[in-house]
Design a protein around this ligand. Structure first.
Ligand SMILES: *[C@@H]1O[C@H](CO)[C@@H](O)[C@H](O)[C@H]1NC(C)=O
Ligand SMILES: *[C@@H]1O[C@H](CO)[C@@H](O)[C@H](O)[C@H]1NC(C)=O
Ligand SMILES: *[C@@H]1O[C@H](CO)[C@@H](O)[C@H](O)[C@H]1NC(C)=O
Length: 681
């Protein structure tokens, strides 16, 4: 009887168990703290939906779409299955087609991560609480293979190859395009990505990869630098150190906590070697009768199970009771790590049994948060369905996102356990038939070299052990990092709460202000020149180029030998101007001639629209200097010729083609014959 109760409640610990299992038998990794959904399907007596003030789901429309199974190969996959049902929710009650300031109401798009998407819908308060202010449509899209968006139904495990971040992002990109069309949104409508944890990684990566689809991204607690091959290197011990920080006095926990946690591992080691000792451990840690603890290996498993509780409590170390880390299945107390450290606050007079009992009470804050566990069974397997779903993150970890983790028992409160790449690779091969590419994540996503991107706010809480793999310093003005010292795993995305620290309140304001900027930027992006409009003039050359050419002209004229040359490089000066040459008497005549030519050339290159264009205009030509017989330097003449050819080409070749294509589109079908399929070469 007792076992039945224990088993039921222990289902709660499924993610931890599978993780612990993986830690011992396979890849040493930690899941990102969500994604514990599908396996937690049993009814729980005290399911709390504390974070929900009202039924959010009821404010949304459930939608399904047929998503492409494989965006990157057009050869139909096995069994000719080419699509899978993808679930998403549209919550449009606050959406305004046009807002008060004339900009289109934006789309706030949650990039689902490794769980049932309703978890994010239920918990992403930042989106809900901003919707009315922004006139935003909320969209929550489910990540392929998770929740109910599963290809191949029950046979999915035989077809894991289409589970990847790139495929998921392509799903989201297509969905966004479809929504814009379906709701007839103006092209300048801003789409803002939101994500936390792996979802935050997706949001950041998607902004980098699809900047035309996502105008900006709120990437909360996104450990995008948690990989091998980072320069400078990622510290694989940072997660364990982070958990230890939460249990320290600095983070508000009982002073003796860290040392007592450490001392527990010594007890496990010293009692774990023989049957009598293991019996003592089992009793002290409140294990259920009959729980097998027969070998040193079993004790190692037990140790990992105990450690995992601390990992999860640290991720969920929120300042108020929350059910986020249990996927909605029951509340953890406010600051669960502090609560867990309470029983471990004791002193020097403790017996070994006292210490074990305190540790049992501590991990009970997580495993027994419902309060209905009579005893613990770390080995309680999960039902087959649960196992089936709980491992998808493990697959992704093996296939594309190998995140190294290590402990040393010195700078953290755990035990020495260096990252073992070889063992991880072996485990991935055993479990999935997949050989990890250790450097793929940094190759694919850019590691720390992502300064070319823009419009991403990276936020991290210092109570969140993932912050060590996150962006903690500004990458650029448009990719700032914000820190929430009292924040756990993406606290900023949660609903506002009276116990929120000031830092998270300010961070949310900053995020909203950034979003406003991005919306304005999107609104100001004008469509490019339409080459089919019949205009004979080319689109104006870029302003930067004209600036450069003007500077070259000025330099050639010797007008500003010391200033205003716009930072031209020496090689440019040598090529374009003679100002640095000593102007000796006998060279002066020739020098002046050269200068005139340089100036004409540069002004012409500048499209005649810069200061100093007088020269070209005075020459009697058109504004670009091409109309007056093409005087001046040979380069200028050649440029005029090319320009004339280009303009003719626009008129004769591409414009009609664009028209035909337009017609074909208007007829609702493409054509495969003629110049449409002509090879470029
Ligand atoms: C998806 O495709 C199936 C099979 O072609 C079709 O029956 C179904 O209506 C489609 N669903 C949607 C949402 O388009
Ligand atoms: C989200 O909330 C709804 C009730 O509004 C509930 O049915 C659903 O299970 C919740 N999802 C999760 C993952 O907690
Ligand atoms: C679980 O919590 C209940 C209520 O606090 C307590 O009576 C029980 O002993 C706890 N179980 C374990 C295994 O600690």
């Amino acid at each position: 009887m007792a076992n039945r109760v224990a088993l039921a409640a222990l289902v709660l610990a499924v993610a931890s168990l599978t993780e612990v299992h993986a830690m011992l038998t396979g890849p040493r990794h930690i899941r990102l703290g969500d994604g514990r959904s599908r396996q937690l399907q049993r009814p729980f007596s005290s399911v709390a939906t504390h974070s929900l003030r009202k039924d959010l789901l009821a404010q949304c429309k459930l939608n399904w779409r047929n998503a492409s199974l494989d965006h990157f190969s057009r050869v139909p996959p096995a069994g000719d299955i080419t699509t899978f049902p993808q679930r998403y929710f549209v919550c449009a009650s606050h959406w305004q087609r046009e807002t008060a300031d004339g900009t289109p109401g934006p789309v706030f798009f949650y990039l689902g991560n490794e769980a049932d998407v309703t978890l994010y819908l239920n918990n992403t308060g930042l989106m809900w609480e901003s919707a009315a202010d922004f006139g935003a449509m909320l969209v929550f899209a489910e990540h392929r293979y998770y929740g109910e968006s599963v290809p191949y139904g029950k046979a999915v495990k035989k077809h894991m190859g289409y589970l990847s971040a790139e495929q998921a992002m392509a799903d989201y990109a297509q969905l966004i395009m479809e929504l814009k069309e379906q709701y007839q949104m103006p092209p300048s409508t801003a789409v803002i990505g939101f994500g936390g944890s792996y979802g935050g990684m997706l949001a950041a990566w998607m902004r980098l990869k699809y900047p035309h689809v996502l105008d900006g991204a709120i990437a909360a607690s996104a450990p995008i630098w948690n990989f091998l091959g980072e320069v400078p290197a990622f510290d694989p011990g940072s997660f364990a150190k982070g958990v230890t920080y939460d249990a320290s006095e600095l983070a508000g926990s009982a002073p003796a906590c860290v040392d007592n946690v450490k001392a527990t591992w010594d007890l496990l080691a010293s009692y774990g070697g023989d049957d009598a000792g293991r019996k003592f451990l089992a009793g002290g840690l409140r294990l259920c009768p009959g729980v097998p603890l027969k070998s040193a290996g079993d004790v190692e498993y037990l140790r990992a199970w105990l450690g995992a509780a601390w990992d999860y409590m640290a991720m969920g170390n929120f300042p108020y009771p929350s059910s986020y880390i249990t996927n909605g299945h029951g509340l953890l107390p406010a600051f669960p790590v502090r609560a867990a450290c309470e029983p471990l606050a004791g002193g020097d007079d403790w017996s070994d049994a006292d210490l074990l009992d305190a540790m049992a009470a501590a991990v009970g804050v997580f495993y027994n948060h419902t309060g209905d566990l009579a005893c613990f069974d770390p080995f309680a397997g999960t039902d087959p369905d649960s196992d089936h779903d709980a491992n998808w993150w493990d697959y992704q970890w093996c296939a594309e996102m190998l995140m190294p983790f290590a402990k040393d028992g010195d700078s953290d409160m755990f035990w020495p356990e260096p990252f073992d790449l070889g063992a991880s690779v072996e485990a991935c091969q055993d479990n999935w038939g997949v050989t990890p590419r250790p450097l793929w994540a940094t190759t694919q996503w850019g590691g720390r070299r992502i300064a070319a991107g823009s419009n991403i706010v990276f936020s991290n809480g210092l109570l969140d052990p993932w912050h060590g793999g996150g962006v903690l310093e500004d990458i650029s003005d448009s990719m700032p990092a914000v820190i929430i010292p009292e924040g756990a795993h993406h606290l900023d995305l949660m609903f506002s709460h009276p116990d929120d620290p000031l830092s998270v309140i300010e961070v949310r304001k900053f995020q909203r202000e950034s979003i406003r900027d991005w919306i304005q930027q999107a609104a100001q992006q004008s469509p490019s020149v339409d080459p089919t409009s019949g205009s004979s003039s080319l689109p104006a050359a870029g302003g930067r180029f004209r600036q450069w050419a003007a500077a070259a002209a000025a330099a050639g004229a010797g007008a500003s030998a010391t200033a205003g040359d716009g930072g031209m490089r020496d090689s440019h000066r040598q090529a374009h101007g003679s100002m640095q040459r000593p102007l000796r008497q006998h060279q002066q005549q020739r020098g002046q001639h050269e200068q005139q030519q340089q100036q004409q050339h540069a002004v012409a290159m500048a499209g005649g629209r810069v200061d100093g264009a007088e020269a070209a205009v005075a020459e009697g030509g058109a504004a670009d200097g091409c109309g007056g017989g093409g005087g001046g330097c040979p380069v200028h003449r050649a440029w005029c010729a090319v320009r004339g050819w280009a303009a003719a080409a626009w008129r004769q070749v591409w414009a009609p083609q664009a028209e035909v294509e337009g017609d074909a589109r208007a007829r609702g079908r493409g054509r495969s014959e003629g110049h449409f399929s002509r090879r470029l070469g």
